[in-house]
Design a protein around this ligand. Structure first.
Ligand SMILES: Nc1ncnc2c1ncn2[C@@H]1O[C@H](COP(=O)(O)OP(=O)(O)O)[C@@H](O)[C@H]1O
Ligand SMILES: [Mg+2]
Length: 263
């Protein structure tokens, strides 16, 4: 390939009091891939993606995205560069409609205020109209068009998950970071969300995805990074990792993983 990786994580370290959550993890994500980040509970996956997305400050190490260092930038500034992290627990705006939720850009720290302003001021009508058209398009892509005027709080858990993904897409992301997007949802919806992720990959979006469900990883992820006790233990395809004794011992033993509690 010879091309520089889209995302480069180099020696990140983060301690919480006496707990070393991430201990010098290094890995890359290639453009055009869905890359999984797997590992036992407490391995440091959420902390690592928190650092990458700018929600947490690393004690050491650097993060590069599209060839630029983004270490320590605020989340909305990282989002403006096309790297967007969605949350383990959907953070939809419950008292706004589905359509309004899509008009809250993750690139704006005060998104809710911006949306309110957009909805309130006539001079924003042209931008508003364009934003609405784009939002309706995205809702249609996610099968949520019929729910556009429903309050977000009235959506099912699965629809909220789709809404979260749809909101991220509004920002035209280059790369999405998903922390356990399949946690706590039924198998039909798991496969449905998987299809959306693959559709977005075909449209040019790259993914880093923390995922416990190894069947999902096998089906939709091109590469897998294994984190254990805060360090990168291995990377490869699932097939390659099954041949890796250290990985099997640390993580794949018993043929399954405790579905675990999302953290
Ligand atoms: N905000 C925090 N304060 C204290 N300890 C934390 C915090 N976040 C994570 N940890 C600890 O850091 C370690 C890694 O956690 P985490 O990154 O959530 O792992 P994972 O997502 O792989 O399950 C765990 O021991 C966890 O208890
Ligand atoms: Mg976690």
């Amino acid at each position: 390939m010879g091309e520089a990786p889209l995302l480069e994580v180099d020696g990140i370290r983060k301690a919480f009091g006496g707990v070393l959550a991430v201990d010098g993890a290094s890995f890359t994500v290639e453009a055009g891939t869905v890359t999984a980040l797997i590992g036992p509970n407490g391995a440091g996956k959420s902390t690592a993606v928190g650092i990458i997305g700018g929600a947490l400050a690393a004690d050491e190490g650097r993060v590069g995205f599209r060839g630029d260092e983004i270490t320590g930038l605020a989340p909305h500034r990282i989002a403006r560069r096309g790297l967007i992290r969605t949350f383990q627990i959907s953070r939809e705006y419950p008292a706004m409609t589905v359509l309004e939720n899509l008009m809250v850009s993750p690139m704006n720290q005060e998104g809710e205020k911006l949306a309110t302003a957009l909805l309130a001021h006539r001079r924003y009508r042209k931008q508003e109209r364009e934003l609405v058209l784009k939002a309706l398009d995205v809702l249609a892509d996610f099968g949520l068009y019929g729910m556009r005027d429903e309050y977000a709080r009235n959506l099912s858990g699965g629809q909220k998950r789709l809404l979260e993904l749809a909101r991220s897409v509004m920002a035209d992301p280059v790369m999405l970071i998903l922390d356990e997007p399949m946690a706590g949802i039924n198998p039909a919806l798991v496969s449905h969300i998987g299809e959306h992720i693959l559709r977005l990959r075909e449209a040019g979006v790259s993914f880093l995805m923390v995922e416990h469900n190894l069947e999902v990883v096998e089906r939709i992820c091109d590469h897998v990074i294994v984190l254990a006790v805060g360090r990168t233990l291995a990377r490869g395809t699932m097939a390659e990792l099954r041949q890796n004794e250290a990985v099997v011992n640390a993580y794949l033993t018993g043929g399954g993983v405790d579905a675990g509690t999302a953290r």
